[in-house]
Design a protein around this ligand. Structure first.
Ligand SMILES: [Zn+2]
Length: 260
């Protein structure tokens, strides 16, 4: 029942409207079940001798609520996991070091197919715009492109550049940063994109796609893992780039999260 209340409280998006409809149908089923039970009692097919009719009805209601409430919550959780979500993506192409749009389109389409197969989330490259900003200093100017460049319906923004980004490790070595994700703003920055598109991860998958899957995982709140099988390994291109049960579970849990 709590799930019904939650669903009724937010009718603005289609999924919640779907839930509200589901709950309305469930409520009708409860009423139907109560009436059937009442008929059985009145026809004395179920012998309840010492209660008044009202008391019997209250008892029936209590029993049905106890049995029905967890079922309804379970069904809502199941639908939450299986209902498809489509996320529009705004692609911002660095003017200083531009990437061919088809390189990132192909990667987004391929990653979208995987996300749809495993967790029922689709990504649609919706808007392509030039980005004139400093991709080398984080954070980039979110407010500028969020409010004035991308479409309001674009939930995720991916900045792409062919610029390589290097950063010094604590031990003094220089390491290349492949990408960065801001899970509050819903922004990903992909570096050295055309080179990544030619490389492979340890599982033989295109490194750009593994890298993008990894960053999208961060957008859904996932942390790094030491599991070399998972694309959420802290260096995605040294992983096998696979979907693990744990990654699927965590993304499904956060499937409906929103960003800035
Ligand atoms: Zn990471």
């Amino acid at each position: 029942m709590a799930a019904c209340l939650r669903a009724r409280a937010g009718k603005r998006d289609a999924f919640k409207r779907g839930l509200a409809r589901l709950c309305a149908a469930d409520r009708l089923r409860v009423v139907g079940a109560i009436l059937s039970f009442r008929r059985l009692i009145l026809e004395k097919e179920i012998p309840i001798i010492s209660f008044s009719f009202n008391m019997r009805l209250v008892s029936c209601l209590t029993v049905l609520i106890i049995f029905f409430a967890p079922l309804s919550t379970a069904r809502v959780e199941e639908i939450n996991a299986t209902h498809a979500r489509t996320i529009e993506v705004c692609v911002l192409i660095d003017k200083e070091s531009p990437v061919k749009a088809e390189v990132i389109s192909q990667a987004i389409n391929s990653v979208s197919r995987e996300y749809e197969n495993h967790v029922r989330i689709r990504f649609k490259a919706h808007t392509f715009v030039p980005f004139k900003g400093n991709v080398g200093i984080l954070p980039v100017d979110f407010s500028r492109f969020v409010k004035h460049v991308c479409a309001p319906s674009n939930e995720v923004r991916i900045v792409i550049t062919n610029e390589a980004m290097e950063f010094p490790r604590p031990d003094g070595r220089i390491e290349e940063l492949l990408a960065y994700a801001d899970d509050y703003a819903g922004v990903i920055i992909m570096y050295n994109v055309e080179k990544q598109s030619r490389d492979r991860d340890q599982g033989g998958n295109p490194a750009l796609e593994t890298s993008l899957k990894h960053e999208i995982g961060h957008l859904f709140g996932l942390e790094h893992t030491t599991d070399l099988e998972s694309f959420l390994h802290f260096t995605s291109n040294s992983s096998l780039g696979r979907w693990t049960i744990e990654v699927k579970r965590l993304i499904k849990e956060n499937k409906w999260r929103r960003w800035l």
